[in-house]
Ligand binder design. Structure first.
Ligand code: 6PG
Length: 477
């Protein structure tokens, strides 16, 4: 029997995707560099559906019905290129290679172009949801051609998560669009995690609460507008007690956050596109700072303010204020992420539907949350929304949150508790709404030392002031 789809690269993500496909009635050809993994999968999960285990690349290709659909689930970078080079020569016109790894969108653009010239479809596809998502329903962000999506779409939609019957999968746009959107998803994931971590840190050190108490607060928040997968697992992690020591788990983990690079890519790309994604940048830098063990050791003795935990009625308000600050900062981080997608779409000529992106992030992925449905609604209401912050609902919620937000940022500063995510989000909000920015002064400085010129508010043209002359005469250039 020929398989209607194949998966090569059977580490945990590939294995679980293959199982998900088989569980949905697809006949799945299997391939892995070391055949042992293929055999293990069939031995352990063979009864979940119809698998066609294969040994060599040629056998794998021969097992697939045409046009062939190969899902590649290997490490991004060199290993992905190696697998493409292994299979492309064995494929025929119209066959499709789906890259489900966390590839950089620029690599995906390059690969798509090269394979298109060879008559093959290359479908860079973002897959989010971790191991569990891959097995039970991820959020899927396919790029590539419309033509490829026409035949892949029904299969991907079938295995994706769904929210109220709407699948968490949609064609994002050509070539690298899917991986671009997945990259920004991960950037937002970093920002959201950092903001939650700051909320925890404030509850712990401004209020003096224990992790188990904070877990209860997060559980409570998870019943409201912050309802999300990340808040839910935060409560689980904070409630967990280390078996070996009996201490809170969070206290026995080394406080240095690692990263595999997708958050950094999001920020690098934002810098190139000129989109201020300060929330994501702060999150990436916060991880880097945490990892700078020697620097932190050297600086540990630097003076800070006296910290007396806040108690009584003030404590009650502070916990509620932190919820408001977290929510408002989260709106900023998501607004920035969606603006980066908008800028990427403009730069690369991708017709990305932001509302559709929010829709497929409502389930399956790491940032899945009730909140994403509000973002979907905001873009449904106005597809050309300049920023989520000006959407009626979000604008109102942030307006109502802002006193609390300001007070939390002030409290953090007063007590010497770092809150880079909360405070930079607030600065972004204040900068966006400012009538005048000190950028006018920066322009003056640039013109002074470098004759870089400026524009005037009262008439068109480009001007320079002769700063070195006695009368500082201005002339149009
Ligand atoms: C997902 C996750 C997934 C992975 C991250 C972790 O959407 O399923 O984002 O892609 O867990 O890459 O990233 P870091 O290791 O960089 O934190």
């Amino acid at each position: 029997d020929q398989a209607n789809i194949g998966v090569t690269g059977l580490a945990v993500m590939g294995r679980n995707l293959a199982r998900n496909l088989a569980r949905h009635g697809h006949t799945v050809a299997l391939h892995n560099r070391h055949q042992q993994r293929t055999d293990d999968l069939v031995a352990q999960f063979g009864d979940e559906g119809t698998f066609v285990p294969t040994g060599s690349a040629a056998e794998f290709v021969a097992a697939l019905e045409r046009p062939r659909k190969l899902i590649v689930m290997v490490k991004a970078g060199g290993p992905t290129d190696a697998v493409i080079e292994e299979f492309a020569p064995l494929l025929e016109d119209g066959d499709m290679i789906v890259d489900g790894g966390n590839a950089h969108f620029a690599d995906t653009r390059r690969r798509e172009k090269a394979l298109r010239e060879r008559g093959l479809h290359f479908v860079g596809t973002g897959v989010s949801g971790g191991e569990e998502g891959a097995l039970h329903g991820p959020s899927i962000m396919p790029g590539g051609s419309r033509e490829a999506y026409a035949s892949l779409g029904p299969i991907l939609t079938d295995i994706a998560a769904d929210v109220d019957g709407t699948p968490c999968c949609t064609h994002i746009g050509p070539d690298g669009a899917g991986h671009f959107v997945k990259m920004v998803h991960n950037g937002i994931e970093y920002a959201d995690m950092q903001l939650i971590a700051e909320a925890y840190d404030l509850l712990r050190h401004a209020l003096g609460l224990e992790p188990a108490q904070i877990a209860d607060i997060f559980r409570d928040w998870n019943t409201g507008r912050l309802d999300s997968y990340l808040i839910e697992i935060t409560a689980q992690v904070l409630g967990h007690v280390d078996a070996a020591t009996g201490r809170p788990f969070v206290d026995v983990v080394v406080d240095q956050a690692e990263q595999k690079g997708t958050g950094r890519w999001t920020v690098q790309t934002a810098l190139e596109l000129g989109v201020p994604t300060t929330g994501i940048a702060e999150a990436v830098f916060a991880r880097s700072l945490s990892g700078g063990a020697a620097l932190r050791e050297a600086a540990r003795g630097l003076p800070g303010p006296a910290r007396a935990p806040i108690t009584g009625a003030a404590a009650e308000t502070l916990a509620a204020d932190i919820e408001q600050a977290l929510y408002a900062s989260k709106v900023v981080a998501y607004a920035q992420g969606f603006n980066e997608i908008q800028a990427g779409a403009a730069e690369y000529d991708w017709p990305i539907d932001l509302g559709a992106v929010a829709t497929i992030w409502r389930g399956g992925c790491i940032i899945r949350a009730a909140f994403l449905d509000d973002i979907r609604a905001a873009y449904a209401n106005d597809p050309a929304l300049p920023t989520l912050l000006t959407d009626g609902g979000f604008a109102e919620a942030v307006r109502d949150a802002q006193d609390s937000w300001r007070s939390v940022v002030a409290t953090a500063a007063r007590l010497g508790i770092p809150a880079p995510g909360f405070s930079s989000a607030l600065s972004y909000y204040d900068a966006l709404r400012a009538q005048r920015l000190p950028a006018a002064l920066v322009q003056g400085q640039r013109d002074y030392f470098g004759a870089h010129t400026y524009q005037r508010v009262d008439r068109p043209g480009t001007f320079h002031t002769e700063w070195a002359t006695r009368d500082a005469a201005e002339h149009e250039v």
